[in-house]
Design a protein around this ligand. Structure first.
Ligand SMILES: Nc1ncnc2c1ncn2[C@@H]1O[C@H](COP(=O)(O)OP(=O)(O)OP(=O)(O)O)[C@@H](O)[C@H]1O
Ligand SMILES: [Mg+2]
Length: 237
């Protein structure tokens, strides 16, 4: 099972919306997906009954992660730094840091990056990616934002997500895939692919060192989504 933790100390930077849509996208790719909401606001927990074919687990189940019958677990976290982030990062395969492209939002990434870099000392294979959300247009990343990201040496995913009503409605529609917004479908699939690519690269690295067997399911879903990836590329050319 792969564990993806979604974290950023700022509020309203799309952690929960991203968690929900990433889960829907991985489920569509044929994976068994579970969610864990450790945010006391309980946004995801509140809609857990509505989520079709996506399981919802409780924090105490983390003590048995080795036995959970899922391919991917996505953990949504609250908008402040919690002590347990260190422990969560230590068990995660991938940390996603969603951010809006505002000055303060991007500056706040630094604290989360510091915890990741600390975790990477004992866990060098831990991957992460900063994901930029709610852009007004494909070109609305300003030079000062680029400068901050570069100065933090932050790895930023290529796929950006624009501001769209379909994401705002995500909590009612259980993700964008049940809406007609094809551009949003493409954005989420492209982003999912980037994360899968990273996880597959990590898996190959681990396999090279004979640490765990290769994740064939991850590769399968990657092939399945290859065509959609091509469409997404065209969308952003
Ligand atoms: N791409 C988007 N376009 C337009 N609205 C969006 C987009 N993504 C998210 N939203 C809206 O922005 C708001 C904040 O998103 P969300 O709740 O996912 O953030 P969060 O980081 O989980 O917040 P919190 O820190 O409070 O948990 C929500 O109302 C959501 O519907
Ligand atoms: Mg949230």
């Amino acid at each position: 099972m792969k564990i993806i933790t979604v974290a950023h100390q700022m509020g309203g930077v799309v952690k929960t919306t991203l968690t929900l849509n990433l889960a829907a996208s991985l489920k569509n790719g044929g994976l068994k997906v579970a969610l864990l909401d450790i945010d006391l606001q309980g946004s995801l927990a509140g809609i857990s009954d509505e989520l079709e074919d996506i399981a919802f687990i409780q924090p105490d189940e983390l003590s048995n992660i080795g036995t959970l019958p899922y391919d991917v677990l996505i953990i949504d976290t609250p908008p402040y730094l919690i002590n347990s982030l260190n422990d969560l990062f230590a068990i995660s395969d991938y940390v996603l840091i969603p951010s809006k492209v505002g000055f303060f939002d991007v500056m706040a990434i630094r604290a989360t990056l510091a915890i990741i870099r600390e975790a990477q000392k004992s866990r060098p294979d831990l991957k992460y990616g900063v994901v930029l959300n709610m852009l007004k247009s494909c070109t609305s990343i300003t030079d000062d934002i680029r400068y901050i990201l570069e100065s933090y040496e932050a790895y930023v995913l290529k796929t950006v997500i624009l501001e769209r009503v379909s994401y705002t409605r995500s909590s009612i529609t259980n993700g964008v895939f049940s809406t007609e917004d094809v551009k949003a479908h493409h954005e989420i699939i492209a982003r999912t692919n980037e994360i899968l690519d990273e996880l597959n690269a990590q898996e190959r690295q681990l396999q090279k060192h004979n640490i765990t067997p290769i994740n064939l399911k991850g590769l399968q879903i990657r092939l399945k989504l290859k065509k959609q990836k091509y469409l997404c590329k065209r969308l952003f050319q």
